[in-house]
Each structure stands twice: as structure tokens, then as C-alpha cells.
Design a protein around this ligand. Structure first.
Ligand SMILES: [Mn+2]
Length: 265
């Protein structure tokens, strides 16, 4: 253990679903090849494409929980933050993952640096329709009423909400779905940090921010945006020496062992 370099991993926006077995394989590969032996793994929201309650059993939820639990048992701390898709992940599922649920935003200490973590949707304030929707979804009374409904009904409501959101987003100008610059600065100032890591926007990158008013004596801050896993796996590796945002190719899909169908049997 001691000869392994210290590192902490950050990922988000895998959007795992039953029809994304390749992304699940990619996650399992990242956990095995990179997260194993790490100090901590932070999953900053939208691990799942949808989540209607911890009582909704699925193979993919089981596979993720057992892989994260193995990592956690081997000594890597595992943290989950809610995204706008999977904000109903509860304490039961987090416990099955050996993970700690984090509020959004959260400040953590990473090798001597104070780092703010957020999913990112709360920073997209120009999307006023979404912000109103978000307030409703995050209302504990609304959530409890939703969770009290039968599972089948919850799936139907979630499906309708996804369709609505897709239709609405296709009409929105792309810049309103990005973070609001001033909102980022407000958050950095409130939390008194110079580094923010978030996902959600699916615009991976590292942005240096010039501050008008210094924070912690520095007129610079950094915003690191994690990427969505639809094309590649995006992993931010943070170590005492620095950090690197890495796009990783998904593992090749397994070659089918089924014989090809012939025209005439
Ligand atoms: Mn999101």
C-alpha cells in the first residue's frame, strides 16, 4: 500500500442505463485499473441515467454497488454526489456501495488544497425553466410523495419527465445550458476556495478564472469540468503533484461467441 502513489479520482456523468453495458464495462475497468489503491473516488452526479428509488432492483445497480463496495473494502474511500438524474439515490443504496453521500456543494481537502465539488446544474442559472424544475425536484416533500408511489408509476413519471426535458433542451440555446460565470465566482467566494470541480455540462476542460477580488490571497481560480462518458471515460486524477483530466477509450466490446445466423437454417 505504502509504495503506491497517492491519488484521488473524480468522475461524473456516466449516465448508466440498461442499454449502456459498454459504459458499465468501462467503469469496471477504471475501478480495477485506476481507482484500485487510490485514496478516494468521488462520483459527482449522474452516475445513473435515472433513479426512481433504492427499492428499484436492477442488474446494473447491483453490479455498480458490488464493484464500489469492493473498492471501499480495499481501503479507497468512495463518495457519491447527486446529479439531476439520480438525485433520489438514498442512504440504502449508498450503504450498499460502501459510499458516503455528499451534499452539493461540498468542500474537501485534497493533498493540502481546499477543493469545491458540485454536480454543476445549480450553476446553470440562465436556464430559468430548469432552475424552477430543480427547486421542485429537490423539495423533500415532493421527493417523499414520489417515493411513496408504486414503482411502476414512478418509472412512468420518470420517463415522461425525461421526454419533456429532452424536448425542452432541444429548443434551448446551447450557452444557457452552460454554467453562469458570475455564479461560479459567487460559489468560489462563498466557499473561499480556488478550485472547483464539477460535471453536468458535458463540456470537459480546465478553465483558469481571473478574479477581480482575490480569494485566499490569489487572483486566480480554476474550474475543472468532468466529461460525460457517452464517447469516452473521463477521469480526473488528482495527486500531491497536480492534476490531470484524462479521456480514456472505452474497452472494446466483447466479441460475440454466438455463431452468425445463416440465411438458410
Ligand atoms: Mn447532470
Amino acid at each position: 500500500m505504502s509504495d503506491k502513489p497517492n491519488k484521488t479520482l473524480f468522475i461524473s456523468d456516466l449516465h448508466l442505463d440498461t442499454d449502456t453495458p459498454d459504459i458499465l464495462q468501462s467503469l469496471l475497468a477504471v475501478l480495477h485499473d485506476r481507482a484500485s489503491g487510490a485514496d478516494a473516488l468521488y462520483i459527482l452526479g449522474d452516475l445513473f441515467e435515472a433513479w426512481v428509488g433504492d427499492d428499484d432492483q436492477s442488474d446494473i445497480a447491483d453490479a455498480v454497488a458490488s464493484a464500489l463496495m469492493s473498492l471501499s473494502r480495499a481501503g479507497t474511500r468512495v463518495y457519491l454526489m447527486h446529479g439531476n438524474r439520480d438525485f433520489l439515490i438514498g442512504d440504502d443504496y449508498a450503504a450498499r456501495c460502501g459510499a458516503t453521500l455528499l451534499p452539493d456543494p461540498t468542500v474537501v481537502e485534497c493533498y493540502g488544497q481546499r477543493v469545491a465539488l458540485a454536480h454543476g446544474d445549480s450553476l446553470c442559472t440562465r436556464d430559468t425553466a430548469y432552475m424552477a424544475f430543480r427547486r421542485q425536484m429537490r423539495d423533500p416533500a415532493w421527493q417523499q410523495a414520489f417515493l411513496d408511489r408504486p414503482l411502476l408509476e414512478r418509472h412512468m413519471v420518470a420517463q415522461q419527465m425525461r421526454q419533456k426535458s429532452q424536448d425542452a433542451n432541444s429548443q434551448k440555446a446551447s450557452d444557457i445550458m452552460d454554467v453562469t460565470h458570475q455564479e461560479v465566482i459567487n460559489l468560489l467566494e462563498t466557499l473561499k476556495v480556488n478550485i472547483l470541480i464539477h460535471g453536468h455540462t458535458h463540456r470537459p476542460g480546465i478553465h483558469t478564472i481571473r478574479l477581480h477580488d482575490a480569494i485566499n490571497g490569489s487572483d486566480e481560480a480554476v474550474r475543472i469540468v468532468l466529461g460525460s462518458w457517452d464517447q469516452k471515460a473521463w477521469v480526473l486524477e488528482f495527486s500531491p503533484e497536480g492534476y490531470e483530466l484524462k479521456p480514456l477509450a472505452h474497452p472494446q466490446p466483447a466479441i460475440s461467441v454466438k455463431p452468425a445466423k445463416t440465411a438458410k437454417a
